[in-house]
Write a protein that binds this ligand. Sequence first.
Ligand SMILES: [Zn+2]
Ligand SMILES: [Zn+2]
Length: 125
Amino acid sequence: MARTLRNKILKNTRLATNYGGWIYCTNCNQNIGYLCYVTYDWLKLNYECNCGSHGSAIIDFQDSLCGRSTYKKLITEKNRFCCADDGTPLITLLDKKLRHYHLEICCKECDKIYRQDFTQPEADK
Ligand SMILES: [Zn+2]
Ligand SMILES: [Zn+2]
């Protein structure tokens, strides 16, 4: 089940394990989300933590595909973002701890690329 990383570029960000688990902001050490280990094909994430730190994560694997864009939106189950087609749980991002984020994640099951943007309402003021 182990996968061979191709790119793993983390900025101001730490992962609990090699390519999954809890996601931490390295400035304030808060967990800002959770990345499911084996269900995503690749990940691109940019965010601003509530502490003001800007973080990002780019992860893909030797066998990652480029994926296909979809107009669909990720569905949310118990605060976890899941693939709209196969229900695969992919990632959790904790809205309350983030001022904004931009997420691109590809589902390994169906190779669909989901894009999601979030801005905390208070962050605009
Ligand atoms: Zn932080
Ligand atoms: Zn899928």
